[in-house]
Design a protein around this ligand. Structure first.
Ligand code: DGL
Length: 267
Protein backbone atom coordinates (compact mmCIF):
# COMPACT_ATOMS: atom_id res chain seq x y z
CA UNK A 1 0.00 0.00 0.00
CA UNK A 2 1.26 3.49 -0.81
CA UNK A 3 -0.30 6.93 -0.28
CA UNK A 4 1.84 8.84 -2.76
CA UNK A 5 0.16 10.42 -5.78
CA UNK A 6 -0.03 9.12 -9.34
CA UNK A 7 1.93 11.46 -11.62
CA UNK A 8 0.41 12.19 -15.03
CA UNK A 9 1.83 14.38 -17.77
CA UNK A 10 1.02 15.58 -21.26
CA UNK A 11 1.87 18.51 -23.48
CA UNK A 12 -1.46 20.10 -22.58
CA UNK A 13 -5.14 19.48 -21.98
CA UNK A 14 -5.18 16.00 -23.50
CA UNK A 15 -3.76 14.39 -20.39
CA UNK A 16 -6.93 15.36 -18.57
CA UNK A 17 -8.67 12.50 -20.38
CA UNK A 18 -6.47 10.14 -18.36
CA UNK A 19 -6.98 12.14 -15.14
CA UNK A 20 -10.76 12.01 -15.58
CA UNK A 21 -10.64 8.24 -16.05
CA UNK A 22 -8.32 7.80 -13.05
CA UNK A 23 -10.73 9.80 -10.88
CA UNK A 24 -13.53 7.43 -11.89
CA UNK A 25 -11.56 4.19 -11.63
CA UNK A 26 -9.45 5.04 -8.57
CA UNK A 27 -11.44 7.72 -6.69
CA UNK A 28 -9.30 7.57 -3.55
CA UNK A 29 -5.97 8.21 -5.26
CA UNK A 30 -4.31 11.63 -5.36
CA UNK A 31 -3.17 12.83 -8.79
CA UNK A 32 -0.43 15.28 -9.71
CA UNK A 33 -0.82 16.43 -13.29
CA UNK A 34 1.68 18.38 -15.35
CA UNK A 35 0.63 19.94 -18.67
CA UNK A 36 3.46 21.48 -20.65
CA UNK A 37 1.17 24.14 -22.08
CA UNK A 38 4.05 26.50 -22.86
CA UNK A 39 5.43 24.02 -25.39
CA UNK A 40 2.30 22.33 -26.78
CA UNK A 41 2.11 20.85 -29.40
CA UNK A 42 4.71 18.10 -29.16
CA UNK A 43 3.37 16.14 -32.10
CA UNK A 44 4.88 18.27 -34.84
CA UNK A 45 8.39 18.25 -33.31
CA UNK A 46 11.37 15.98 -33.83
CA UNK A 47 11.85 12.77 -31.84
CA UNK A 48 14.94 14.25 -30.19
CA UNK A 49 13.04 17.31 -28.97
CA UNK A 50 10.06 15.26 -27.76
CA UNK A 51 12.39 12.97 -25.79
CA UNK A 52 14.13 15.97 -24.21
CA UNK A 53 10.76 17.45 -23.17
CA UNK A 54 9.75 14.03 -21.80
CA UNK A 55 12.84 13.89 -19.61
CA UNK A 56 12.06 17.34 -18.24
CA UNK A 57 8.39 16.55 -17.64
CA UNK A 58 9.29 13.38 -15.76
CA UNK A 59 11.92 15.24 -13.71
CA UNK A 60 9.27 17.84 -12.79
CA UNK A 61 6.83 15.17 -11.58
CA UNK A 62 9.59 13.45 -9.63
CA UNK A 63 10.10 16.59 -7.56
CA UNK A 64 6.82 15.45 -5.95
CA UNK A 65 6.15 12.19 -4.15
CA UNK A 66 4.73 10.02 -6.96
CA UNK A 67 4.43 6.24 -6.97
CA UNK A 68 3.76 5.79 -10.67
CA UNK A 69 4.05 7.92 -13.80
CA UNK A 70 1.66 7.91 -16.74
CA UNK A 71 2.71 9.56 -19.99
CA UNK A 72 -0.82 10.58 -20.97
CA UNK A 73 0.44 11.53 -24.39
CA UNK A 74 0.37 9.42 -27.52
CA UNK A 75 3.29 11.32 -28.95
CA UNK A 76 5.60 10.80 -25.97
CA UNK A 77 4.52 7.16 -25.68
CA UNK A 78 5.28 6.62 -29.37
CA UNK A 79 8.76 8.14 -29.11
CA UNK A 80 9.58 6.07 -26.02
CA UNK A 81 8.47 2.77 -27.55
CA UNK A 82 9.22 0.04 -25.01
CA UNK A 83 11.60 2.29 -23.01
CA UNK A 84 10.65 3.64 -19.61
CA UNK A 85 11.93 7.05 -18.47
CA UNK A 86 12.00 5.82 -14.84
CA UNK A 87 13.60 2.77 -13.30
CA UNK A 88 12.38 2.63 -9.73
CA UNK A 89 8.63 3.20 -10.04
CA UNK A 90 6.03 1.82 -12.46
CA UNK A 91 5.44 3.70 -15.71
CA UNK A 92 3.04 3.40 -18.58
CA UNK A 93 2.41 5.24 -21.78
CA UNK A 94 -0.85 5.03 -23.72
CA UNK A 95 0.07 3.03 -26.84
CA UNK A 96 0.19 -0.53 -25.50
CA UNK A 97 -2.93 -0.27 -23.30
CA UNK A 98 -4.95 1.19 -26.21
CA UNK A 99 -3.63 -1.34 -28.75
CA UNK A 100 -4.42 -4.22 -26.39
CA UNK A 101 -7.98 -3.05 -25.95
CA UNK A 102 -8.45 -2.50 -29.71
CA UNK A 103 -7.23 -6.01 -30.48
CA UNK A 104 -9.75 -7.33 -27.95
CA UNK A 105 -12.65 -5.21 -29.17
CA UNK A 106 -12.41 -5.46 -32.98
CA UNK A 107 -14.67 -8.02 -34.57
CA UNK A 108 -13.86 -7.45 -38.23
CA UNK A 109 -10.10 -7.06 -37.67
CA UNK A 110 -10.03 -3.53 -39.09
CA UNK A 111 -8.75 -0.87 -36.74
CA UNK A 112 -8.33 2.85 -37.37
CA UNK A 113 -5.74 4.99 -35.62
CA UNK A 114 -5.62 8.78 -35.44
CA UNK A 115 -2.77 10.65 -33.83
CA UNK A 116 -0.28 13.46 -34.16
CA UNK A 117 2.14 13.48 -37.12
CA UNK A 118 4.98 12.18 -34.89
CA UNK A 119 2.81 9.35 -33.57
CA UNK A 120 1.57 8.20 -36.96
CA UNK A 121 5.00 8.49 -38.53
CA UNK A 122 6.42 6.25 -35.79
CA UNK A 123 3.85 3.48 -36.59
CA UNK A 124 3.77 2.83 -32.84
CA UNK A 125 0.12 1.73 -32.66
CA UNK A 126 0.46 -0.36 -35.80
CA UNK A 127 3.51 -2.14 -34.38
CA UNK A 128 1.78 -2.73 -31.05
CA UNK A 129 -1.36 -4.07 -32.77
CA UNK A 130 0.66 -6.35 -35.03
CA UNK A 131 2.65 -7.67 -32.08
CA UNK A 132 -0.66 -8.83 -30.64
CA UNK A 133 -2.24 -9.99 -33.89
CA UNK A 134 -0.37 -9.71 -37.18
CA UNK A 135 -3.63 -10.11 -39.09
CA UNK A 136 -5.17 -6.82 -37.94
CA UNK A 137 -5.64 -4.37 -40.79
CA UNK A 138 -4.65 -0.87 -39.65
CA UNK A 139 -5.61 2.43 -41.29
CA UNK A 140 -3.77 5.33 -39.68
CA UNK A 141 -4.12 9.07 -40.25
CA UNK A 142 -2.19 12.00 -38.81
CA UNK A 143 -4.48 14.84 -37.69
CA UNK A 144 -2.14 17.82 -37.24
CA UNK A 145 -4.84 20.47 -36.69
CA UNK A 146 -6.90 18.75 -34.01
CA UNK A 147 -4.59 19.42 -31.04
CA UNK A 148 -4.57 23.15 -31.86
CA UNK A 149 -8.36 23.24 -32.14
CA UNK A 150 -8.79 21.49 -28.79
CA UNK A 151 -6.20 23.68 -27.04
CA UNK A 152 -7.96 26.71 -28.51
CA UNK A 153 -11.27 25.59 -27.04
CA UNK A 154 -13.01 24.73 -30.32
CA UNK A 155 -14.54 21.66 -28.73
CA UNK A 156 -18.28 22.19 -28.97
CA UNK A 157 -20.14 19.48 -30.87
CA UNK A 158 -21.48 22.12 -33.28
CA UNK A 159 -18.15 23.79 -33.99
CA UNK A 160 -18.03 23.82 -37.79
CA UNK A 161 -14.28 24.38 -38.07
CA UNK A 162 -13.39 21.38 -35.93
CA UNK A 163 -16.06 19.28 -37.66
CA UNK A 164 -14.65 20.14 -41.10
CA UNK A 165 -11.09 19.30 -40.06
CA UNK A 166 -12.18 16.04 -38.42
CA UNK A 167 -14.19 15.07 -41.52
CA UNK A 168 -11.14 15.57 -43.70
CA UNK A 169 -9.01 13.31 -41.50
CA UNK A 170 -11.61 10.65 -40.70
CA UNK A 171 -13.21 10.07 -44.09
CA UNK A 172 -10.49 7.66 -45.35
CA UNK A 173 -10.68 5.73 -42.08
CA UNK A 174 -14.46 5.46 -42.23
CA UNK A 175 -14.20 4.35 -45.87
CA UNK A 176 -11.77 1.60 -44.85
CA UNK A 177 -14.63 -0.02 -42.91
CA UNK A 178 -13.00 -0.08 -39.48
CA UNK A 179 -15.16 -1.17 -36.54
CA UNK A 180 -12.74 0.24 -33.93
CA UNK A 181 -10.98 3.58 -33.82
CA UNK A 182 -8.10 4.33 -31.48
CA UNK A 183 -8.07 8.02 -30.59
CA UNK A 184 -4.31 7.77 -30.29
CA UNK A 185 -3.73 11.32 -29.12
CA UNK A 186 -5.14 12.09 -25.69
CA UNK A 187 -6.55 15.42 -26.88
CA UNK A 188 -9.03 13.77 -29.23
CA UNK A 189 -11.57 12.36 -26.74
CA UNK A 190 -12.32 15.98 -25.81
CA UNK A 191 -14.01 16.19 -29.25
CA UNK A 192 -15.36 12.64 -29.08
CA UNK A 193 -18.91 13.72 -29.98
CA UNK A 194 -17.75 15.16 -33.30
CA UNK A 195 -15.61 12.09 -34.02
CA UNK A 196 -18.52 9.77 -33.17
CA UNK A 197 -20.88 11.69 -35.46
CA UNK A 198 -18.47 11.33 -38.37
CA UNK A 199 -17.55 7.68 -37.77
CA UNK A 200 -21.18 6.67 -37.32
CA UNK A 201 -22.79 3.99 -35.22
CA UNK A 202 -21.11 0.64 -35.02
CA UNK A 203 -17.58 2.01 -34.64
CA UNK A 204 -16.14 1.69 -31.14
CA UNK A 205 -14.06 4.70 -30.14
CA UNK A 206 -11.19 4.02 -27.77
CA UNK A 207 -9.59 6.74 -25.67
CA UNK A 208 -5.86 6.12 -25.25
CA UNK A 209 -5.81 8.06 -21.96
CA UNK A 210 -8.67 6.05 -20.53
CA UNK A 211 -7.03 2.76 -21.47
CA UNK A 212 -3.79 3.89 -19.83
CA UNK A 213 -5.71 4.71 -16.65
CA UNK A 214 -7.21 1.18 -16.61
CA UNK A 215 -3.80 -0.31 -17.18
CA UNK A 216 -2.31 1.83 -14.38
CA UNK A 217 -4.85 0.40 -11.96
CA UNK A 218 -3.74 -3.12 -12.83
CA UNK A 219 -0.04 -2.20 -12.37
CA UNK A 220 -0.69 -0.58 -8.99
CA UNK A 221 -2.79 -3.52 -7.84
CA UNK A 222 -0.15 -6.03 -8.91
CA UNK A 223 2.56 -4.15 -7.05
CA UNK A 224 0.41 -3.51 -4.00
CA UNK A 225 0.76 0.25 -4.43
CA UNK A 226 -2.89 1.33 -4.21
CA UNK A 227 -3.85 3.58 -1.31
CA UNK A 228 -6.10 2.15 1.38
CA UNK A 229 -7.58 5.60 2.04
CA UNK A 230 -11.38 5.79 1.89
CA UNK A 231 -11.30 9.59 1.46
CA UNK A 232 -11.90 11.15 -1.94
CA UNK A 233 -8.48 11.74 -3.53
CA UNK A 234 -7.54 15.20 -4.77
CA UNK A 235 -5.96 16.46 -7.97
CA UNK A 236 -3.27 19.11 -8.23
CA UNK A 237 -2.53 20.57 -11.63
CA UNK A 238 0.65 22.25 -12.79
CA UNK A 239 0.98 23.93 -16.17
CA UNK A 240 4.02 25.58 -17.72
CA UNK A 241 2.00 28.48 -19.18
CA UNK A 242 -1.01 30.55 -18.16
CA UNK A 243 -3.25 29.13 -15.43
CA UNK A 244 -6.25 31.13 -16.60
CA UNK A 245 -6.28 29.83 -20.16
CA UNK A 246 -5.85 26.28 -18.87
CA UNK A 247 -8.83 26.73 -16.56
CA UNK A 248 -10.89 28.30 -19.31
CA UNK A 249 -10.26 25.50 -21.80
CA UNK A 250 -10.54 22.73 -19.22
CA UNK A 251 -13.86 23.92 -17.88
CA UNK A 252 -16.16 22.09 -20.28
CA UNK A 253 -14.24 18.92 -19.90
CA UNK A 254 -13.14 18.46 -16.31
CA UNK A 255 -14.72 20.73 -13.74
CA UNK A 256 -12.05 19.92 -11.20
CA UNK A 257 -9.30 21.28 -13.48
CA UNK A 258 -11.26 24.48 -13.95
CA UNK A 259 -11.98 25.09 -10.26
CA UNK A 260 -9.39 23.06 -8.36
CA UNK A 261 -5.78 23.78 -7.46
CA UNK A 262 -3.89 24.88 -10.57
CA UNK A 263 -0.38 26.30 -10.42
CA UNK A 264 1.90 27.73 -13.01
CA UNK A 265 5.33 26.22 -12.83
CA UNK A 266 8.59 26.38 -14.72
CA UNK A 267 10.10 23.05 -15.48
N1 DGL B 1 -1.89 14.84 -26.25
C1 DGL B 1 -0.75 14.51 -26.96
C2 DGL B 1 -0.80 13.18 -27.63
O1 DGL B 1 -1.46 12.35 -27.09
C3 DGL B 1 0.12 15.52 -27.54
C4 DGL B 1 -0.41 16.39 -28.59
C5 DGL B 1 0.67 17.34 -29.00
O2 DGL B 1 1.25 17.97 -28.13
O3 DGL B 1 0.92 17.42 -30.19
O4 DGL B 1 -0.19 12.94 -28.64
Amino acid sequence: MNHDAIGVFDSGLGGLTAVKALNEILPNENIIFFGDTARVPYGTRSRQTILRYTKEDVAFLRRHPVKMIIAACGTVSSMLGADSPVEDIPFTGVVYPAANRAAEVTKNGRVGVIGTPATIQSSSYETALHNINAGIDVTAMPCPLLVHLVEYGYTDRNNQITRLAAEEYLTPIRNAGVDTLIMGCTHYPIIKDIIADIMGEGVTLLSAGEEAARYAKICLEEQDLLTDSTQQGHNIYYVSDSVSSFRENAKNFLADAAHGQVFSSRI
